[in-house]
Design a protein around this ligand. Structure first.
Ligand SMILES: C[S@@+](CC[C@H](N)C(=O)[O-])C[C@H]1O[C@@H](n2cnc3c(N)ncnc32)[C@H](O)[C@@H]1O
Length: 289
């Protein structure tokens, strides 16, 4: 194993933190929050159904970003249930808090939390959710042990991850084009990246190791509508996609013009004049403690 192949969660921790606390990324997640909520509606609904919620439940949402699915979870268990909304990045959590205030929600609390060292007592929560965040946990085994610890016996986890790159035109028409101009080195085995759990079975195996039961993992194809003109859809995708932003920065001005023109042509194929209608293949995983 060369040094680059040796798992290095500490280095990965620093890299994901840098990626997500970038001021432009935070500004984009604030700016596009309404559109992002609409785009991800079907993913949130799939998670709400899988969570088997009932009134008075206490739910922990990890890597909540601008508040998805935390805010919908809070509405679902209101008025007596409670949601603890968390993210590694305080500035991201502040956006979730603003969005909860706008919607007048009061049955939630906000806490900066690293899933690898959760600041909660054992067996606190009925359900733990994480929408498109688990891929970025540097030591996912450690995070799953912590999630297991804070779940009540019989409690449920519900995660989503992004499915295979080549089946997701949201990515192939955009980042796929950029990657032809600026090839990326293969990612380090086990390192955080958006498609880390795209292959069926990887998350299942990690959940088994952490002691979870009744694990169910499967692909779902859901609509992911992004409103706006073709150009606005491209702005939305490139501004929000923290892990891909360095790609754009590496293009020369001439390459950038050519690449963006290809990207816009790709998005146009999914655009109906009002919005881009991307199908998203996602991984939905549930398990029980
Ligand atoms: C793709 S966003 C998903 C946000 C939200 N759950 C959603 O579905 O819109 C990823 C989120 O994970 C957070 N994040 C990244 N690395 C993390 C880590 N190691 N622990 C906890 N959160 C992390 C980021 O700050 C960001 O809010």
């Amino acid at each position: 194993m060369s040094p680059a192949d040796t798992p290095d969660p500490q280095r990965w921790r620093e890299a994901v933190r840098q990626e997500w606390e970038d001021a432009d990324v935070i500004a984009a997640w604030r700016k596009w929050a309404p559109q992002a909520r609409l785009a991800g509606h079907a993913a949130t609904q799939a998670m709400l159904e899988a969570a088997q919620l009932s009134p008075r439940m206490h739910v922990l949402d990890l890597a909540s970003g601008a508040g998805n699915p935390a805010l919908e979870l809070a509405e679902a268990v209101a008025p007596h249930g409670w949601v603890t909304v968390t993210d590694l990045i305080p500035q991201m959590l502040a956006i979730a808090q603003e969005n909860a205030q706008v919607r007048g929600l009061t049955n939630l609390s906000f806490c900066v939390a690293d899933p690898e060292a959760l600041p909660f007592p054992d067996q606190t929560f009925d359900v733990v959710t994480c929408r498109f965040g688990v891929m970025y946990f540097p030591d996912v085994g450690q995070a799953l042990q912590e999630i297991y610890r804070v779940l009540k016996s019989g409690g449920r986890v519900v995660f989503t991850a992004i499915g295979p790159f080549e089946q997701n035109p949201y990515f192939t028409t955009t980042m796929g084009v950029l990657m032809r101009y600026v090839p990326l080195p293969p990612s380090e085995p086990g390192a955080p990246h958006p498609f880390r759990f795209a292959q069926a079975g990887i998350l299942t195996s990690a959940l088994q190791t952490a002691g979870f039961q009744q694990i169910q993992e499967g692909y779902r194809t859901i609509p992911w509508p992004v409103p706006g003109t073709v150009e606005q859809v491209w702005d939305y995708i490139r501004e929000l996609a923290a892990p891909f932003r360095p790609l754009l920065a590496r293009l020369s001005p001439a390459e950038r013009v050519a690449a963006v023109s290809e990207v816009l042509a790709g998005i146009r194929r999914y655009h109906d004049g009002q919005q881009a209608n991307f199908p998203w293949v996602i991984v939905l995983v549930t398990a029980v403690r």
